[in-house]
Design a protein around this ligand. Structure first.
Ligand SMILES: *Cc1c(COP(=O)(O)O)cnc(C)c1O
Length: 424
């Protein structure tokens, strides 16, 4: 595609692709192959030594994946992107592409449950300590940073509190301490929010949610803004010679690639040697999702706001949280606040479960970001291992119900909720 400054809706459909040069196929072909032929032994040698870029083996890259990666980089305003086998893998390989044994991370404490467990239980087993701080508590973030800190990690919109992180304040602290700011933007796809414009250095996504958009595949992505200087010796993985590449130092020896040292290291070390590859068929599903992303996030946002406003005025509802009601929304979410709505029903767990069991149209499910409207009572499902006291500490009172509002007609969604509320 030409280098014109197309708008985001256009990039979501075209970035990273031209009709296939051999077959002229208009849609992105699914390249179901394990490996790619070398033109000569010299060609193979140049690819292996990173003197030339190209396809070697599909654990590392695949032309279907390449379109997805280029498109995601363009949508987020980054310099490079990698697709990985899940959002969880994208997060894990991002952290371990920066931090090693003895290093520390500072993270917000309102993270997606799986990420929280990875940071709280798995990374410490590998000698990486995570210091959690309350979201948007900037004195606490400053206090948690020390000489071993290697990154700051936040989510744009936390779950289930649906708070909005003040990304620019986090970015300022990260810059002051020369640390990369990593932002999980799963709840705010790039048609709604582009964290790099607010100072993020690395963006991670679970593609399994709104980007795929139809609940059909698991995948993840990492976008490198190409705006972080890795030559500071505290980033040992970038400054010490790499044994896997004849002593290459990723922050110094890649020429123009030094700018995207993070992404190149993630591919040539994380993907190559640890293997969290995304299959080409899944890449294709995510490309299909991206083509309608702008339309879908506009509709999710319209429906989400309508449901949140309906619930706010309902006599059987105690409280409602919607990112669009947050004062930070005008700055970070001017194009819509997506489809997540959380509310408390008057009463407690019994009333909440009664509503979940009797609502039409919604599916009871531990997922978000589908075209279909989804509902869950976290206290009795996703967070049932916690005591009621710990649930309340985690921001999950027994009356809390989480909705992921889909793309159905909003009057049908509201009628379904209204009918179920009448039964309580
Ligand atoms: C779902 C999710 C993840 C994990 O992604 P998977 O693709 O399920 O591994 C990480 N972060 C957030 C915010 C999520 O919603």
């Amino acid at each position: 595609m030409s280098q014109k400054n197309y708008h985001i809706e256009t990039l979501a459909i075209h970035a990273g692709q031209v009709p296939d040069p051999t077959t002229l196929s208009r849609a992105v072909p699914v390249y179901r192959t394990t490996a790619f032929a070398f033109k000569s032994s010299q060609h193979g040698a140049d690819l292996f030594a990173l003197r030339e870029s190209g396809n070697i083996y599909a654990r590392l890259m695949n032309p279907t994946e390449d379109v997805l990666e280029k498109r995601l980089a363009a949508l987020e305003g980054g310099k490079a992107a990698l697709a990985l086998s899940s959002g969880t893998a994208a997060i894990y390989f991002t952290i371990t592409n920066i931090a090693k044994q003895g290093d520390e991370i500072v993270a917000a404490n309102n993270l997606y449950g799986g990420t929280f467990t990875q940071f709280d239980a798995i990374l410490p087993q590998q000698g990486i300590k995570v210091n959690f701080t309350p979201v948007n508590d900037f004195p606490a973030v400053e206090a948690a940073i020390n000489g071993k800190t290697r990154a700051i990690y936040i989510e744009t919109v936390g779950n289930p509190g649906l708070d909005i992180a003040d990304i620019e304040n986090y970015a300022a602290i990260a810059k002051k301490h020369h640390l990369p700011l990593i932002v999980d933007s799963t709840f705010t796809p790039p048609t709604l929010l582009r964290p790099i414009e607010h100072g993020a250095n690395i963006v991670v996504h679970s593609l399994s949610k709104w980007i795929g958009g139809h609940g059909t595949a698991i995948g993840g992505a990492v976008i490198d803004a190409g705006n972080f200087d890795w030559t500071d010796p505290k980033f040992a993985l970038y400054n010490e010679p790499d044994r896997g590449y004849h002593g290459l130092r990723f922050a110094h020896d890649l020429g123009p690639g030094n700018e995207i040292a993070f992404a190149l290291r993630l591919r040539t070390v994380g993907l190559r040697n640890q293997g969290p590859t995304l299959a080409p068929d899944a890449c294709w599903l995510f490309l299909q999702g991206l083509e309608s992303l702008a339309l879908r996030t506009a509709k999710h946002s319209e429906n989400g706001l309508a449901v949140a406003e309906f619930l706010k005025n309902h006599p059987k509802v105690a409280w409602v949280k919607y990112p669009g009601f947050n004062p930070l929304a005008s700055k970070y979410l001017p194009n819509g606040a997506n489809g997540m709505v959380v509310f408390g029903i008057k009463g407690g767990a019994k009333e909440a479960q009664h509503l979940v069991d009797n609502v039409d149209l919604f599916t009871i499910i531990a997922n978000v970001g589908d075209a279909k409207s989804l509902i869950i009572h976290p206290a009795s499902t996703t967070h049932s291992q916690l005591s009621e006291e710990d649930q309340i500490k985690a921001g999950l009172p027994p009356e809390l119900i989480r909705l992921s509002i889909g793309l159905e007609n909003k009057d049908d969604i509201i009628t379904a909720l209204d009918d179920a509320l009448k039964l309580i």
